[in-house]
Design a binder for this molecule. Structure first.
Ligand SMILES: [Zn+2]
Length: 324
């Protein structure tokens, strides 16, 4: 309860701080190296005419209650990740058409769409017009009945597909890759595939980049396989995938959750006991969860990695009380 009220109050204060300031926008992550690194050597010193205050004190118990967590700056890796889209399709050669061998009326049907069948299981019996005997049609592979075009009493023609059975225990994920990424993304790299319907993910490996280009979209298809033991991955469904091309070592890394922007600059909050100080940082490469710090921090310094916006709001509050 207390925490909710506390957070709500800080959120309100944050809003007031931002509207008073009016120029709070995210830092330009695309060109971090272009910034003048000179003024960062001093770390957290006041810049003239800039911030009124850049630090605050938060009691340990209150910090804990607010979910503020700090962790030491460490070396790490930054992934080169590509987010792409794709479609699930049955694996080639694992869909079978089941035909009538000889024409004749269908006498019985023993499988419906959606049924799981095993190889050799009888699916239908047909009275042959040629031999005047009844013969059985069996499943050629184990899988799921995807389609059935048959009714009892109807005449099955020679070569007419009565059933379509798919082994969907694995599916292909065909991912669409554009432009220069085609040269960049190669087989063997890890892929995380996510269903768009419910966000469920599965890790796999990129198996191959197909030769040729899809004419309509001018994309190249990169293919992976997902396991589908429970049948919850459905052919035809759209997915997104995160392809990790390379992992670059970085000397100093902080989670993205540590980053805030104050007066147009990227900052993190360095904790020393119960004192929290905004520290401008120069950022390098980033991935989905973390960012390289090129300067402004030293290895081992304690940085707020969770609820950093709460610290930012508290510093804003401290600044406001100084001014008025
Ligand atoms: Zn890349």
């Amino acid at each position: 309860m207390n925490r909710t009220i506390f957070t709500a109050t800080l959120a309100l204060l944050l809003t007031l701080t931002l509207s008073a300031c009016g120029t709070d926008k995210p830092g330009d992550a695309a060109t971090p190296q272009k910034e003048d690194a000179g003024h960062d050597e001093t770390g957290h010193g006041h810049e003239e005419g800039e911030s009124e205050t850049d630090g605050t004190t938060i009691k340990a118990a209150l910090a804990e209650q607010s979910g503020i967590i700090s962790a030491p700056v460490q070396a790490g890796t930054i992934a080169d990740e590509h987010e792409v889209q794709g479609l699930l399709t049955p694996v080639d050669g694992r869909v079978a058409q089941v035909m009538a061998r000889f024409p004749g009326p269908i006498r019985t049907l023993r499988a419906n769409v959606g049924d799981r069948v095993r190889a050799g299981q009888p699916l239908a019996s047909i009275d042959s017009n040629l031999s005047l005997t009844t013969y059985s049609i069996n499943a050629p592979i184990s899988g799921v009945v995807l389609a059935r075009q048959a009714q009892v009493g109807a005449v099955a023609g020679e070569g007419t597909p009565l059933f379509e059975i798919g082994d969907l225990s694995e599916l292909w994920v065909d991912l669409h890759i554009f432009g220069a990424d085609t040269q960049h993304i190669t087989a063997g790299v890890p892929v995380t595939v996510t269903r768009m319907t419910d966000g469920v993910s599965q890790g796999t490996t990129l198996e191959r980049v197909l030769p040729g280009t899809a004419t309509a979209s001018q994309s190249t298809v990169a293919r992976a396989t997902v396991r589908n033991d429970d049948g919850s991955w459905r052919p035809g469904a759209a997915v997104t995938a995160r392809i990790v091309v390379a992992m670059q070592p970085a000397e100093k890394v902080v989670p993205l959750s540590a980053l805030q922007t104050m007066e147009g600059r990227d900052v993190v909050f360095v904790r020393d006991g119960e004192t929290y100080t905004a520290r401008p940082v120069i950022l390098g490469a980033r991935d989905a969860s973390k960012v390289e710090v090129k300067s402004g921090l030293e290895i081992g310094e304690q940085v707020v990695v969770e609820q950093s916006y709460v610290v930012k709001a508290d510093i804003g509050k401290a600044g406001a009380s100084h001014e008025h």
